[in-house]
Design a protein around this ligand. Sequence first.
Ligand SMILES: Nc1ncnc2c1ncn2[C@@H]1O[C@H](COP(=O)(O)OP(=O)(O)OP(=O)(O)O)[C@@H](O)[C@H]1O
Ligand SMILES: [Mg+2]
Length: 312
Amino acid sequence: MREDPVEMSVAAPVAAPPEPQREALPTAPSTVPGGAPLSLAPPAAGIPGAAPATVPAAKIEIRDLNLYYGPFRAVRDVSMGIAANQITAIIGPSGCGKSTFLRSINRMHELTRHASMDGQVLLDGVDVYSPEVDAVDLRRFVGMVFQRPNPFPTMSIYDNVVAGLRLGGGARKADLDEVVERCLRAAGLWDEVKDKLRAGGTSLSGGQQQRLCIARALAVDPEVILMDEPASALDPVATLRIEELMLELRGRFTIVIVTHNMQQASRVSDFTAFFSMGEDRAGYLVEMDRTARIFTNPREKLTEDYVSGRFG
Ligand SMILES: Nc1ncnc2c1ncn2[C@@H]1O[C@H](COP(=O)(O)OP(=O)(O)OP(=O)(O)O)[C@@H](O)[C@H]1O
Ligand SMILES: [Mg+2]
């Protein structure tokens, strides 16, 4: 797991967008027919009758995506659809490019020095890498929650939640109060903090801080939430709380979660994408399917070996 503290501190403000009133992303000619089934995985060779799983409506479609750090290709030729308002888990061994892949969806990959990409990431049919799309605007639609809770250290609980709205200015106090309560309730934290909203965000426990970060992500009204191992720094009780929260948010937001925890992937996600690594260390998508299928009857032996703990 690579952690870049500089990048993480950059990430928080961009994940908390600046303006309460946002513009729609520019509409580019869409090649994704609305609601048309998208193939999640190529048919596995040698499995008679194995048809690719489909999702009824893809919020995000990834096409031929390659991600690089300098000359090193970290992710190779990934194509997949991510279902709208469902939870998609990304699993795979350490270093196979899960975090890199996740960060490419809201263009955080490009914040890393020497990083580059080719291919397409379509959000509602709009290529997020097209010149008309502003990366900061994009991150209003596609928020992110990180492995370690990262509340703004000098801000109160209240100010952490509304930091993104305040950046844009103009929001009225009464409106902010409403946002704070609504988002803290949605993040399952309201009852625990309603009497100490002016206390520092970092005075909370790790699990509470992570729910605060989720409230902060929700405050800017995103459509997609990316979560990179959001519970891996938490104890089992706080982890379960985050999982319950994800299930509560399911149906309203498109959630993509990277997790090393197989039980977590099988408990919370609707779809699972399994990544592995080639000899050149480039990560690639082995298969993606409904979670129940990946864990009980995957198409690929590599997937079966991984989910049953035989490698990785
Ligand atoms: N900033 C960076 N500069 C150069 N190489 C990087 C950078 N970040 C990641 N990599 C490399 O890209 C590859 C994929 O890394 P990534 O962090 O995406 O993997 P991961 O699947 O998230 O791993 P983990 O499960 O350990 O978090 C690795 O070989 C890693 O060393
Ligand atoms: Mg990672």
